[in-house]
Design a protein around this ligand. Structure first.
Ligand code: PMV
Length: 325
């Protein structure tokens, strides 16, 4: 009863921001992402009859506290699905995501955990079912089941049975690159969970955000099919700015941006003025991801590295979905 799975993280071009059901993790809107090959998690799950509780190692360290609780709570969901309520597991994850640099690893982490745990229990489930289960660990993780460009369909049902990700095009459809810009400044941030809740509950801009999503999605999906980079970039960048605008209207207001976040945004716009098509997007943190095409890799990397306050630039291509090792 042992399995190992590898999952990549993903970057949302149309953001998931806000839940309609906190416990089932059902979103207020559809979202769309690109799976990234540069950041991934490999997880081995071994269910053992003799264990009386789960054990979790992350990067070879025994984990307790809040991080452990999230893992064991998620395993409870899988156990109840498989009707194996008294069977505990040893989980060992290696994160190839620079967590210290403020990059979220929950997407690749929960996708790899869900895949390894369900495989270890020999559950015969479809990728769609796996995406639904993964969603319960972390919303954005349900998109990491697939490679390439992926859409998470919010679904309408109260039980979440129609809320899962679907692949739009696989990772060989289009060679779009993403540079993850690692900033040196780190600060205690508002978690995505808390940030989106506060925004849904208090921001007067929230309804407008939700209403703007269907049009962004229609446009970006067509642009992805057409491999229209300018259009994809423009829509993604504008969608990111709209999401972040909702946080400024929240009570109390907050932002994920640092001064260097804004310097990177300005430098990306300046590259465009110089004829280099590059566009940014930002998740629930200060780091910026920059989209560009392969022919501009050298220029984009060099420009980003020269910005004061930038520690590192990590380049990704479009990544694969779940693989079993
Ligand atoms: O799934 P979570 O709780 O990590 O939330 C992700 C929220 C954003 O990264 C800001 C947007 C997204 O769609 O990934």
């Amino acid at each position: 009863m042992k399995a190992t799975a590898k999952a990549h993280t993903n970057i949302a071009l149309i953001k998931y921001w806000g839940k309609r059901d906190e416990s089932l993790i059902l979103p207020m809107n559809n979202s769309l992402s690109l799976t990234l090959d540069g950041f991934y998690t490999t997880t081995t799950v071994t269910f053992k009859e003799k264990l009386s509780e789960d054990i979790f190692y992350l990067n070879d360290h025994l984990i307790t506290g809040e991080q452990y609780n999230r893992v064991t709570k998620f395993l409870d969901i899988i156990r109840s699905y498989a009707q194996r309520s008294n069977l505990y597991a040893e989980v060992s994850s290696i994160n190839h995501v620079p967590t210290a640099a403020g990059f979220a690893s929950s997407a690749s982490g929960f996708a790899a955990l869900a895949a390894a745990a369900t495989r270890a229990l020999n559950m015969q489930i479809s990728e769609q079912e796996l995406s639904k289960i993964t969603r319960r660990g972390s919303g954005s993780a349900c998109r990491s089941i697939y490679g390439g460009f992926v859409e998470w369909e919010q679904g309408m049902k109260d039980d979440g049975s129609d809320s899962y990700a679907v692949q739009l095009v696989s990772n060989d459809h289009w060679d779009v690159r993403v540079a993850a810009v690692v900033l040196s400044a780190t600060e205690k941030k508002v978690s995505s969970r808390e940030g989106m809740k506060r925004t849904v509950d208090t921001s007067p801009f929230y309804t407008s955000w939700v209403n703007s999503i269907p049009n962004d999605l229609t446009q970006i999906k067509q642009a992805i099919q057409d491999r229209d980079f300018e259009k994809v970039g423009q829509i993604a960048e504008a969608n990111c700015l709209k999401m972040h605008a909702t946080t400024l209207g929240a009570n109390p207001p907050f932002t994920y941006w640092h001064d260097t976040t804004m310097s990177v945004m300005q430098e990306v716009r300046a590259m465009r003025d110089r004829g280099v098509p590059a566009f940014f997007t930002i998740d629930a943190g200060p780091n910026v991801k920059v989209l560009y095409l392969p022919e501009h890799e050298t220029t984009v990397q060099k420009t980003l590295r020269e910005i004061h306050g930038v520690n590192d630039v990590i380049v990704s291509r479009s990544g694969q979905g779940i693989t079993y090792l």
